[in-house]
Design a protein around this ligand. Structure first.
Ligand code: GLN
Length: 510
């Protein structure tokens, strides 16, 4: 191999959010330089299909504004550091599609709260972190999926929809639904990205692409401006290359938004960086036996077992626990999430915004044709299931039963947390599968088994890289905490990342 001397700007993409922020504050590099560098990389690696929208002019204008604030000594916590957003967050500088033909070319008049908080701040509120938006990232249509194979949008550099590719093996999926986010961060096309997690969509793609991601407690980050999938489950969170970076991002994203999100928690934002280095001596880590059963692939199990041993070396104690209703989380989730989706998606009727069918005879025909053309197969499947379980005569048998079991699943966690501080297990039963391998949607649903229980309970959860399985594919370990225990999760993940270098490994060719 030829040795190359690289100018500092060639290495900008290898810097963490933390390091970029320091370099920007110290004026060693400008926000415009950093943004231009990532934009060039994003275009050069368009084959991965990570980005669905770039708007160079808007990004550079944001970067110039960040540079001006740095020059004036008014820099926000992450001033000038670039970030890319899952295309489920509405943005006024970029189109927002939610991966759907229904919203192709949709232009939002406002930014989602999370986008504002990471950017220049919520209008009329406190200044934001000052991050610069690089663009929008591919995702499954309305965040429904586990492989990012359900997007109806052609990525940047392509004319037809393409699967997002896993940078570790481009014949494999990056996970979903935040597949573009995981891909972009793993391939160094963005130092960090936002994701959303309804049933695992931050944790699972983070695991599949070997990066770190955290879904906070339900209600911790505002849902305002997140295109709704299942409102009682949807939650935003950061995806980055370390727990340290996730801590910085999550601190900026969270906090009450009571006037705009009725389920926003009235709990002040925290500085998660403060406790990152705390000792984890004596930390009790619960290991649920249901997470280590038959369906778990041997290569995933080996990596998780080794990580648990590492935690013991760091002073943690492993406690066997049980989450007896783990298997029920699949039918429960796949009743509740479609039920809420069918209600949320009723707004896409061709009248107010989004796609409208060209030829129709009357209003009912317009609704029908608009929705038939606008929604993809998976979305239609969920609307049908959701409408069915909410219909008279089936509501009690399915929806109400599911709600009851949801409560019992949450109770199981509270029982478990009597004996432990955190829970650890695999994120997914396998590593990333081949693009096109899951012919039956049920195969995708079953793969969500370990992420759904925490989602149904509304608990914070994260994915931490812990090794590689067959074919060199990354394995992610899931850490779940009790309500509002994000600081503890990030602390445990950070200590692990200080003792290991799994999170620092990168795929070849990027
Ligand atoms: N895979 C799950 C689903 O398809 C979860 C998706 C998500 O978290 N957005 O619904």
């Amino acid at each position: 191999m030829m040795m190359q001397t690289q100018s500092p700007s060639h290495e900008l993409h290898t810097l963490s959010v933390h390091a970029l922020s320091q370099a920007l504050h110290a004026k060693q590099v400008s926000a415009v330089e950093v943004a231009s560098h990532f934009l060039a990389r994003s275009r050069a690696h368009a084959n991965l299909g990570a980005y669905v929208a770039l708007n160079e002019e808007a990004t550079l204008a944001q970067a110039r504004a960040a540079d001006a604030r740095i020059a004036q000594g008014q820099a926000g916590a992450l001033e000038g550091v670039p970030i890319a957003h899952k295309d489920i967050f509405v943005t006024k500088d970029f189109v927002t599609t939610a991966g759907s033909r229904m919203l192709q070319n949709y232009q939002s008049p406002f930014d989602a709260t999370v986008v504002s908080k990471l950017g220049t701040g919520v209008p009329g509120g406190a200044p934001g972190a000052g991050m610069v938006t690089l663009g929008k990232l591919n995702c499954d249509e309305f965040a429904m999926g586990s492989a990012n194979e359900n997007s109806a949008i052609a990525p940047v550099g392509h004319v037809t929809p393409q699967p997002v590719r896993n940078p570790w093996d481009t014949t494999r999926v990056p996970g979903g639904s935040s597949g573009g986010s995981a891909c972009a961060v793993a391939a160094w096309l963005a130092p960090a990205a936002t994701g959303t997690d309804t049933g695992g969509s931050i944790r699972q793609p983070a695991a599949f692409c070997g990066i770190t991601g955290i879904k906070p407690t339900y209600g911790r980050a505002s849902r305002y401006g997140m295109v709704a999938f299942a409102s009682s489950l949807d939650q935003a969170g950061p995806m980055a290359r370390s727990a340290q970076d996730c801590a910085l991002l999550l601190s900026a994203m969270c906090g009450p938004d009571l006037n705009r999100d009725s389920t926003s928690l009235d709990v002040p934002a925290e500085d998660y960086s403060r406790t990152l280095n705390d000792s984890i001596e004596g930390l009790r880590i619960g290991v649920p036996k249901e997470f280590f059963g038959e369906g778990l692939a041997a290569d995933v199990r080996t990596a998780i077992d080794a990580a648990l041993k590492e935690y013991e070396k760091l002073g943690a104690k492993l406690v066997p626990i049980t989450l007896p209703r783990t298997a029920l989380s699949i039918p429960v989730y796949y009743i509740i999430a479609p039920a809420e989706a069918s209600s949320n998606l009723s707004r896409f009727d061709g009248v107010k915004f989004g796609h409208r069918a060209k030829d129709y005879t009357d209003l009912a025909d317009m609704y029908k044709k608009t929705r038939a053309e606008g929604f993809g197969d998976e979305v239609k499947r969920r609307i049908m299931i959701g409408t069915y379980v909410l219909s008279h005569g089936y509501y009690d048998a399915y929806y109400l039963q599911a709600q009851k079991i949801r409560r019992m699943i949450a109770d199981d966690f509270q029982n478990a947390f009597k004996d432990c501080d955190l829970i650890a297990g695999p994120v997914a039963p396998t590593t990333a599968w081949k693009i096109g391998a899951h012919k039956d949607p049920l195969a995708d649903y079953l793969a969500d088994i370990f992420t759904l229980p925490g989602s149904l309970a509304g608990l914070p959860g994260m994915s931490v890289p812990v090794g590689f399985g067959a074919g060199g594919m990354p394995v992610g370990m899931q850490l779940l905490g009790n309500y509002l225990q994000e600081a503890r999760l990030l602390n445990a993940a950070h200590r692990f990342q200080q003792a290991t270098d799994w999170h620092a490994r990168t795929p070849e060719g990027f």
